[in-house]
Design a protein around this ligand. Structure first.
Ligand code: TXA
Ligand code: MG
Length: 336
């Protein structure tokens, strides 16, 4: 990855970073690079949400042990409607609180330009319209949804100044847009909003009391025991996306009737018998493999095979997250 280029803001200007650094940062994003940028909550580590390899690089830079789904940042509600399906209730919440520190988890639009890796293979997507002026200017300049987790290494606290980002991830990202200190300093409140139901996935910068006033009712907190919400709330809850087809991992032999999810140039024994084969990365590149993972699992789920047999993936770097997800997909299903 490239060197860090810290871009100083125009001193004292309410517009945050200068037009020139915004447009340079937007070009970096459109070229698939990572850009840390300020929002009113915390700094985000952004990548082009429509580019699976850029999204894989986000996970690599954060060093997350698993693929938690990411929030997609867009400049306004029109752009949000292109990537998510809004119920009347979701429209009402967006009208009341966007731009601002609220993230809505909604059904993904179909078809969607957003990489499957952003949603960790699920059919929901987290969307947010930040109010921060630098973030707004950047998102308008990029013209694409930007996937961004908080810009800190996994397990450390969220950054509220450009210097925090540089200290935590400086050697792993391409650009940090310096927009000063984040006003709120606490991550966004996340609501799961499907049909006429709203539940709280994470409390944050927007007080729930304000949300309840708009809704005219109490919001329920999605509990880990709430079976109905399980597939929608990874990160907090146990159940994750899994293909309908049975999954076997770390295989050394492909059996009759199985489809193969391969990795690298060394194919397992019996590969010639596979009903279908997709290779996560012919060259054994883990970033490429992560970028392909959910898309390929979805494709192999449609082949009518008895089982998806997954070749061994090395337990290093993004391989740890890939194996985590494959082993979860192979584990006994809660709802079986
Ligand atoms: O304020 C914020 O929200 C900051 C700024 C940068 O926007 N972002 C942030 O992202 O805090 P992150 O990745 O650190 O936290 C996002 C949370 C994760 O816990 C993830 O599991 C949840 O959002 N999430 C994302 N997509 C989801 C989905 N489809 N369903 C349920 N939860 C989702
Ligand atoms: Mg975070």
């Amino acid at each position: 990855m490239g060197r860090l280029k810290a871009m100083p803001s125009d001193i004292g200007l309410v517009t945050g970073a200068s037009a020139k650094s915004i447009s340079a940062a937007a070009n970096f994003l459109r070229a698939g690079k990572l850009v840390a940028f300020p929002t009113e909550t915390v700094y985000g580590l952004g990548g082009d949400a429509t580019n699976s390899e850029a999204v894989a690089h986000i996970f690599e830079a954060k060093g997350r042990p698993a693929f938690n789904p990411l929030i997609c940042h867009v400049s306004d509600i029109e752009a949000a409607r292109e990537i998510a399906a809004f119920s009347l209730l979701a429209e009402k919440l967006a009208a009341a609180f966007w731009p601002g520190p609220l993230t809505l988890v909604l059904p993904r639009a179909a078809p969607s330009p957003v990489s499957q890796l952003v949603s960790a293979g699920m059919d929901t997507i987290a969307v947010r319209v930040p109010a921060n002026e630098t973030a707004q200017a950047l998102l308008r300049a990029v013209g694409r949804p930007v996937a961004a987790p908080s810009a800190n290494a996994s397990g450390s606290i969220s950054p509220t100044r450009a210097a925090h980002v540089v200290a935590s991830l400086g050697d792993k990202i391409d650009v940090v847009l310096d927009g000063g200190t984040c006003d709120i300093g606490l991550e966004s409140t996340i609501l799961l909003c499907v049909g006429d139901k709203v539940s709280l996935l994470r409390s944050g910068g927007l007080e729930t009391g304000k949300i309840e006033k708009i809704l005219g009712s109490k919001i329920l907190s999605a509990s880990p025991d709430d079976a109905e919400n399980k597939p929608l709330a990874p990160g907090r809850l146990k159940s994750h996306y899994a293909p309908r087809t049975k999954v076997r991992t770390d295989i050394s032999r492909v059996e009759q009737g199985e489809s193969l999810l391969a990795f690298g140039s060394d194919l397992p024994e019996g590969s010639e018998n596979a009903r279908a084969m997709l290779n996560l990365s012919d060259t054994g590149n883990l970033v490429e493999a992560a970028a392909n993972l959910f898309d390929f699992l979805h494709q192999l789920d449609e082949t009518g095979a008895s089982t998806i047999a997954c070749a061994k993936v090395p337990e290093t770097g993004l391989g740890v997250s890939i194996n985590d997800r494959l082993r979860r997909a192979a584990a006994p299903r809660d709802n079986d």
